[in-house]
Write a protein that binds this ligand. Structure first.
Ligand code: PEP
Length: 252
Protein backbone atom coordinates (compact mmCIF):
# COMPACT_ATOMS: atom_id res chain seq x y z
CA UNK A 1 0.00 0.00 0.00
CA UNK A 2 1.24 3.49 -0.82
CA UNK A 3 1.94 6.07 1.88
CA UNK A 4 -0.57 8.93 2.09
CA UNK A 5 1.34 12.14 2.73
CA UNK A 6 0.32 15.76 3.22
CA UNK A 7 3.36 18.03 3.47
CA UNK A 8 3.29 21.72 4.34
CA UNK A 9 6.00 23.82 2.70
CA UNK A 10 6.29 27.04 4.69
CA UNK A 11 8.71 28.48 2.13
CA UNK A 12 10.56 31.55 3.53
CA UNK A 13 7.80 32.37 6.01
CA UNK A 14 7.50 32.11 9.75
CA UNK A 15 9.20 33.03 12.98
CA UNK A 16 9.81 31.37 16.33
CA UNK A 17 6.52 32.84 17.42
CA UNK A 18 4.71 31.22 14.49
CA UNK A 19 6.39 27.88 15.22
CA UNK A 20 5.20 28.09 18.82
CA UNK A 21 1.61 28.81 17.82
CA UNK A 22 1.13 26.89 14.58
CA UNK A 23 2.78 23.56 15.29
CA UNK A 24 0.83 23.04 18.50
CA UNK A 25 -2.42 23.92 16.76
CA UNK A 26 -1.68 21.48 13.93
CA UNK A 27 -0.66 18.80 16.39
CA UNK A 28 -3.83 19.07 18.45
CA UNK A 29 -5.98 19.44 15.32
CA UNK A 30 -4.60 16.20 13.89
CA UNK A 31 -5.09 14.13 17.03
CA UNK A 32 -6.52 11.67 16.34
CA UNK A 33 -6.01 11.28 12.58
CA UNK A 34 -7.31 7.91 11.49
CA UNK A 35 -7.14 8.09 7.68
CA UNK A 36 -3.54 6.92 7.45
CA UNK A 37 -2.12 10.31 6.41
CA UNK A 38 1.42 11.18 7.38
CA UNK A 39 1.57 14.94 8.00
CA UNK A 40 4.91 16.64 7.33
CA UNK A 41 6.00 20.17 8.20
CA UNK A 42 8.74 21.72 6.08
CA UNK A 43 9.78 24.98 7.71
CA UNK A 44 12.77 27.23 6.93
CA UNK A 45 15.86 25.23 7.95
CA UNK A 46 16.67 27.53 10.90
CA UNK A 47 13.41 26.50 12.58
CA UNK A 48 13.73 22.73 12.09
CA UNK A 49 14.90 22.12 15.67
CA UNK A 50 12.13 24.27 17.12
CA UNK A 51 9.49 22.55 14.98
CA UNK A 52 10.76 19.11 15.99
CA UNK A 53 10.53 20.09 19.68
CA UNK A 54 6.95 21.26 19.21
CA UNK A 55 5.81 18.19 17.26
CA UNK A 56 6.73 15.81 20.07
CA UNK A 57 7.57 13.28 17.36
CA UNK A 58 3.94 13.20 16.17
CA UNK A 59 4.53 15.04 12.88
CA UNK A 60 7.35 14.41 10.42
CA UNK A 61 9.68 17.29 9.54
CA UNK A 62 11.63 18.16 6.41
CA UNK A 63 13.89 20.74 4.81
CA UNK A 64 13.11 22.72 1.69
CA UNK A 65 16.47 22.29 0.00
CA UNK A 66 19.80 20.51 0.41
CA UNK A 67 23.20 21.02 -1.15
CA UNK A 68 24.74 18.99 -3.95
CA UNK A 69 27.66 18.22 -1.63
CA UNK A 70 28.17 16.36 1.63
CA UNK A 71 30.40 18.96 3.32
CA UNK A 72 33.10 21.50 2.58
CA UNK A 73 33.63 25.11 1.55
CA UNK A 74 30.10 25.88 0.34
CA UNK A 75 29.13 28.91 2.39
CA UNK A 76 25.44 29.12 3.12
CA UNK A 77 24.61 25.57 2.08
CA UNK A 78 23.10 22.77 4.21
CA UNK A 79 23.82 19.12 3.43
CA UNK A 80 21.41 16.22 3.47
CA UNK A 81 23.49 14.64 6.23
CA UNK A 82 23.08 17.76 8.38
CA UNK A 83 19.32 17.73 7.84
CA UNK A 84 19.16 14.07 8.83
CA UNK A 85 21.41 14.68 11.83
CA UNK A 86 19.09 17.51 12.92
CA UNK A 87 16.13 15.12 12.97
CA UNK A 88 14.60 15.65 9.54
CA UNK A 89 12.79 12.84 7.77
CA UNK A 90 12.28 14.50 4.39
CA UNK A 91 13.82 16.95 1.94
CA UNK A 92 12.08 18.70 -0.89
CA UNK A 93 14.19 18.54 -4.03
CA UNK A 94 13.73 20.58 -7.20
CA UNK A 95 10.86 22.81 -6.08
CA UNK A 96 9.91 25.03 -9.01
CA UNK A 97 10.91 28.14 -7.06
CA UNK A 98 14.42 26.72 -6.76
CA UNK A 99 14.45 25.82 -10.45
CA UNK A 100 13.09 29.19 -11.59
CA UNK A 101 14.57 31.67 -9.09
CA UNK A 102 17.89 29.95 -8.37
CA UNK A 103 18.55 28.25 -11.71
CA UNK A 104 18.51 24.71 -10.31
CA UNK A 105 18.97 22.27 -13.19
CA UNK A 106 17.67 18.74 -13.74
CA UNK A 107 21.27 17.56 -13.28
CA UNK A 108 21.52 19.23 -9.86
CA UNK A 109 18.15 17.81 -8.89
CA UNK A 110 19.35 14.29 -9.63
CA UNK A 111 22.51 14.84 -7.54
CA UNK A 112 20.43 16.21 -4.65
CA UNK A 113 18.07 13.25 -4.83
CA UNK A 114 21.05 10.90 -4.59
CA UNK A 115 22.47 12.85 -1.62
CA UNK A 116 19.12 12.86 0.19
CA UNK A 117 18.57 9.12 -0.23
CA UNK A 118 22.15 8.20 0.69
CA UNK A 119 21.77 10.25 3.90
CA UNK A 120 18.57 8.45 4.84
CA UNK A 121 16.13 11.24 4.01
CA UNK A 122 13.04 10.65 1.95
CA UNK A 123 13.14 12.90 -1.12
CA UNK A 124 10.00 14.71 -2.25
CA UNK A 125 10.96 15.41 -5.84
CA UNK A 126 9.04 18.31 -7.36
CA UNK A 127 8.23 18.34 -11.05
CA UNK A 128 5.84 20.38 -13.15
CA UNK A 129 5.34 22.29 -16.36
CA UNK A 130 4.98 26.03 -16.95
CA UNK A 131 1.82 27.52 -18.42
CA UNK A 132 3.63 28.07 -21.72
CA UNK A 133 4.64 24.40 -21.86
CA UNK A 134 1.08 23.28 -21.05
CA UNK A 135 -0.42 25.53 -23.69
CA UNK A 136 2.08 24.19 -26.23
CA UNK A 137 0.89 20.65 -25.47
CA UNK A 138 4.25 19.71 -23.98
CA UNK A 139 3.27 19.22 -20.32
CA UNK A 140 3.60 15.45 -20.25
CA UNK A 141 6.91 15.44 -22.15
CA UNK A 142 8.39 18.07 -19.83
CA UNK A 143 7.28 16.33 -16.65
CA UNK A 144 8.37 12.90 -17.90
CA UNK A 145 11.84 14.22 -18.72
CA UNK A 146 12.11 15.84 -15.27
CA UNK A 147 11.11 12.59 -13.57
CA UNK A 148 13.51 10.47 -15.63
CA UNK A 149 16.48 12.69 -14.85
CA UNK A 150 15.58 13.22 -11.19
CA UNK A 151 15.49 9.48 -10.42
CA UNK A 152 18.37 8.50 -12.68
CA UNK A 153 20.69 7.84 -9.71
CA UNK A 154 18.16 5.98 -7.53
CA UNK A 155 19.31 2.49 -6.52
CA UNK A 156 16.90 -0.43 -6.39
CA UNK A 157 16.67 -0.47 -2.60
CA UNK A 158 16.02 3.27 -2.36
CA UNK A 159 12.66 3.54 -4.13
CA UNK A 160 10.79 3.41 -0.83
CA UNK A 161 12.43 6.77 0.02
CA UNK A 162 11.18 8.41 -3.18
CA UNK A 163 8.07 10.59 -3.31
CA UNK A 164 7.17 12.66 -6.36
CA UNK A 165 5.14 15.86 -6.18
CA UNK A 166 3.50 17.01 -9.39
CA UNK A 167 3.19 20.77 -9.13
CA UNK A 168 2.20 22.62 -12.28
CA UNK A 169 4.17 25.86 -12.05
CA UNK A 170 1.14 27.92 -13.09
CA UNK A 171 -0.81 26.60 -10.10
CA UNK A 172 1.72 27.40 -7.38
CA UNK A 173 0.68 30.33 -5.22
CA UNK A 174 -1.72 31.58 -7.89
CA UNK A 175 -5.05 30.29 -6.60
CA UNK A 176 -5.39 28.29 -9.85
CA UNK A 177 -5.56 24.52 -9.39
CA UNK A 178 -5.38 21.79 -12.00
CA UNK A 179 -8.72 20.03 -12.33
CA UNK A 180 -8.80 16.74 -10.48
CA UNK A 181 -9.02 14.98 -13.87
CA UNK A 182 -5.98 16.77 -15.34
CA UNK A 183 -3.99 16.17 -12.16
CA UNK A 184 -4.97 12.49 -12.20
CA UNK A 185 -3.93 12.17 -15.86
CA UNK A 186 -0.46 13.57 -15.09
CA UNK A 187 -0.07 11.39 -12.01
CA UNK A 188 -0.95 8.31 -14.07
CA UNK A 189 1.62 9.40 -16.67
CA UNK A 190 4.28 9.80 -13.96
CA UNK A 191 3.48 6.35 -12.60
CA UNK A 192 3.83 4.93 -16.12
CA UNK A 193 7.25 6.58 -16.48
CA UNK A 194 8.36 5.07 -13.16
CA UNK A 195 7.13 1.66 -14.28
CA UNK A 196 9.02 1.95 -17.56
CA UNK A 197 12.17 2.59 -15.52
CA UNK A 198 11.69 -0.64 -13.57
CA UNK A 199 10.69 1.14 -10.35
CA UNK A 200 8.02 -0.34 -8.07
CA UNK A 201 5.64 2.29 -9.41
CA UNK A 202 2.55 1.07 -7.58
CA UNK A 203 4.32 1.61 -4.25
CA UNK A 204 5.62 5.12 -4.90
CA UNK A 205 3.57 7.97 -3.43
CA UNK A 206 2.68 10.75 -5.83
CA UNK A 207 1.53 14.08 -4.41
CA UNK A 208 -0.27 16.97 -6.06
CA UNK A 209 0.74 20.55 -5.30
CA UNK A 210 -0.54 23.90 -6.49
CA UNK A 211 -3.06 26.02 -4.58
CA UNK A 212 -4.48 23.06 -2.66
CA UNK A 213 -6.98 24.30 -0.07
CA UNK A 214 -9.46 22.70 2.28
CA UNK A 215 -12.24 23.13 -0.27
CA UNK A 216 -10.51 21.45 -3.24
CA UNK A 217 -8.39 18.81 -1.49
CA UNK A 218 -11.04 16.08 -1.26
CA UNK A 219 -11.68 16.02 -5.03
CA UNK A 220 -7.95 15.80 -5.74
CA UNK A 221 -7.27 13.16 -3.09
CA UNK A 222 -10.17 11.04 -4.38
CA UNK A 223 -8.21 10.37 -7.60
CA UNK A 224 -6.68 6.91 -7.78
CA UNK A 225 -3.10 8.02 -8.46
CA UNK A 226 -3.01 11.03 -6.11
CA UNK A 227 -1.62 9.93 -2.76
CA UNK A 228 -1.53 13.28 -1.00
CA UNK A 229 -0.53 16.89 -1.36
CA UNK A 230 2.31 19.37 -1.14
CA UNK A 231 0.78 22.46 0.38
CA UNK A 232 2.30 25.94 0.33
CA UNK A 233 0.24 28.94 1.46
CA UNK A 234 -2.49 26.91 3.15
CA UNK A 235 0.05 25.16 5.40
CA UNK A 236 0.55 28.45 7.29
CA UNK A 237 -3.02 28.26 8.55
CA UNK A 238 -3.44 25.46 11.08
CA UNK A 239 -7.17 25.00 10.53
CA UNK A 240 -6.76 24.87 6.76
CA UNK A 241 -3.79 22.47 6.91
CA UNK A 242 -5.57 20.14 9.32
CA UNK A 243 -8.68 20.14 7.10
CA UNK A 244 -6.53 19.24 4.10
CA UNK A 245 -4.98 16.33 6.03
CA UNK A 246 -8.47 15.20 6.97
CA UNK A 247 -9.71 15.45 3.37
CA UNK A 248 -7.88 12.24 2.48
CA UNK A 249 -10.22 9.27 2.18
CA UNK A 250 -9.62 6.48 4.70
CA UNK A 251 -7.14 3.70 4.15
CA UNK A 252 -7.89 1.53 1.13
C1 PEP B 1 4.28 24.81 -2.99
O1 PEP B 1 4.94 25.66 -2.45
O2 PEP B 1 4.80 23.73 -3.26
C2 PEP B 1 2.87 25.08 -3.29
C3 PEP B 1 2.17 24.14 -3.85
O3 PEP B 1 2.37 26.31 -2.95
P1 PEP B 1 0.82 26.76 -2.92
O4 PEP B 1 0.06 25.68 -2.20
O5 PEP B 1 0.81 28.06 -2.17
O6 PEP B 1 0.36 26.90 -4.33
Amino acid sequence: MRRKIVAGNWKMNGSKDLVNRLVGQVRSGLAPLDNGVEAVIIPPALFVGDVISETGGEIAVGVQNIACWDSGAYTGEISAGMAKDSGCDYSLVGHSERRQLFGETDEQVSVKVARALASGLDAVICVGETLEEREAGKAEDVVSAQVRKAVSEVDGGQWQQVVIAYEPVWAIGTGKTATAEDAQAMHAAIRAVLKSLGAPSEQISLLYGGSVKADNAAALFAQPDIDGGLIGGASLDAKEFVSICRAMPGKS
